[in-house]
Design a protein around this ligand. Structure first.
Ligand SMILES: C[S@@+](CC[C@H](N)C(=O)[O-])C[C@H]1O[C@@H](n2cnc3c(N)ncnc32)[C@H](O)[C@@H]1O
Length: 258
């Protein structure tokens, strides 16, 4: 899987993804907990975003990074909530262009920047931010230990890292190497783990959102055209059959840079 061009994969999915059908499905499955204002391309919920804002412990004078920021919404919600400055990094230029637009919609362009950067190399200087967040993106890092070490490098001592990702029994065929438990890697990278918990209802949410999309074939065809809709449904089904059984849990991790 190391030879996959993930930037290209994500450029394509951000170009071709359903937005309106996806929103309807997520609204139905998550109910009040749907983070609609963030328009996430992930499983993050409204209550998880509250937890991000709380545990990152940044104030108005602080700066934080959202690594694997996608279209920017989750980081922008946290920036709005905390008053802090945000640097959103992603490998997908398509996502970054959408994130710029989202920053305008949020009225946050003054204290937000989005730029190209990845888990392997953020392009940021040592100890330059007070906090790092990452939503459902670390799973795509080719080397998780290196990614966590990079996060530790850019964080000021005492700074916080909060992320969601998945622990796997073993790596599925279509993913970079996964880990069974992120805690030993966090410690090796120089973090103290403050919290590590399984997120609410994650398996049901994965299954129910996938089924919700799969059963809305007609809506997806109307939104995306036959070819893309069929490809998306096949991919969702493949993930349900081959990927989900290998996941132990979706986790929300909170750590501090020592
Ligand atoms: C599931 S999406 C989540 C996006 C966003 N965090 C959200 O919650 O909407 C995963 C994101 O990780 C990004 N990504 C994949 N590999 C990456 C890497 N090596 N470095 C940084 N971002 C990466 C993708 O481009 C994509 O935007």
């Amino acid at each position: 899987m190391s030879d996959v061009d993930w930037a290209r994969v994500f450029d394509r999915s951000f170009t071709e993804q359903s937005r309106s059908t996806r929103q309807r499905v997520w609204r139905e499955v998550y109910g009040q907990d749907y983070a609609e204002h963030a328009e996430p391309y992930s499983y993050v919920s409204r209550s998880e975003l509250e937890e991000f804002a709380e545990h990152l412990q940044i104030g108005q004078s602080g700066a934080f990074v959202d690594l694997g920021c996608g279209r920017g919404g989750p980081g922008l919600v946290v920036a709005l909530r905390t008053g802090a400055r945000l640097i959103g990094l992603d490998i997908s230029e398509v996502a970054l262009a959408d994130a710029e637009q989202a920053a305008q919609k949020f009225g946050l362009t003054e204290r937000v920047e989005f730029r190209r950067g990845g888990f392997a190399a953020t392009g940021l200087t040592d100890r330059c931010v007070h906090a790092v967040m990452s939503v459902d993106a670390l799973t795509f890092a080719l080397d998780k230990q290196q990614a966590l070490t990079e996060m530790a490098r850019i964080l000021a001592p005492g700074g916080r890292l909060v992320f969601t990702s998945w622990d796997y029994k073993r790596t599925p065929d279509n993913r970079p190497p996964q880990v069974q438990d992120h805690r030993p890697l966090l410690e090796r990278a120089g973090f103290q783990v403050l919290g590590y918990k399984e997120t609410t209802d994650w398996r049901h949410r994965w299954q129910a959102t996938s089924h919700g999309m799969i059963t809305r074939r007609a809506e997806l065809v109307e939104e995306l055209g036959e070819e893309r809709a069929v490809a998306m449904i096949a991919e969702l089904q493949r993930q349900l059959d081959n990927q989900l059984p290998l996941v132990t849990r979706r986790i929300l991790a909170i750590a501090t840079r020592q």
